[in-house]
Design a protein around this ligand. Structure first.
Ligand code: NAG
Ligand code: NAG
Ligand code: NAG
Ligand code: NAG
Length: 162
């Protein structure tokens, strides 16, 4: 009986190990969220203000939760294989502004794609795009930014951004 129990538990352990190795390939594909990136995103989110304050944080952004993997569970967030955030789609989130002038956004230095379209920023476009060396796609369509376009963006336009 004793021997049977030992064999049985070994089987269970082996089964669990196999399951972890074989059935979770998505970890390897998309990368697990890096703590530092997660905290930058949350800081950025907490600094945003939204058009309709009664309804609170828009549905998409409410998936940005400290306890989940920002690469796999957060809407609009795209990571590379080592868990760095390379894409951010914040379109149509009724964002009216950012308390720190998007400063925390510009700390996400690995960004390649950024979509802020269909919001109501009603502020000047923050400078800081020069801190995103790999940004190739920027969508500011209908985002209600006003004023002059900072020099950092003209460098982007040469790279083919819109
Ligand atoms: C930008 O892209 C290059 C080439 O893929 C990479 O080596 C570099 O680390 C990237 N820089 C950042 C800040 O992600
Ligand atoms: C934009 O901001 C200006 C100045 O703060 C304000 O007067 C104006 O009403 C705002 N426009 C919209 C559409 O919110
Ligand atoms: C930019 O955003 C607008 C509004 O969300 C969308 O209609 C348009 O297709 C986007 N442009 C690109 C190049 O993705
Ligand atoms: C509400 C909130 O998180 N505000 C933060 C916005 O960013 C500034 C500067 O980084 C912080 O000091 C605030 O706490």
């Amino acid at each position: 009986m004793m021997r049977f129990n030992v064999m049985f538990s070994s089987c269970v352990i082996i089964y669990v190990l196999c399951f972890l190795l074989v059935c979770s390939p998505s970890w390897a594909v998309e990368g697990q969220c890096l703590d530092e990136q997660r905290h930058l995103l949350l800081h950025f989110k907490h600094n945003l203000s939204f058009y309709s304050s009664e309804s609170g944080v828009p549905e998409g952004l409410s998936t940005w939760d400290l306890n989940t993997d920002c690469c796999r569970s957060w809407e609009g967030v795209e990571c590379n294989q080592i868990g760095e955030v390379i894409g951010l789609d914040l379109s149509d989130n009724s964002i009216v502004g950012s308390a720190d002038g998007l400063a925390s956004l510009f700390q996400l230095s690995h960004l390649q794609r950024l979509d802020l379209s269909d919001n109501n920023f009603n502020s000047t476009i923050a400078s800081g795009f020069d801190r995103l060396p790999n940004l190739t796609h920027l969508n500011l369509s209908n985002s209600d930014f006003v004023g002059q376009i900072p020099i950092g963006i003209s460098r982007l336009e040469r790279q083919g951004a819109e």
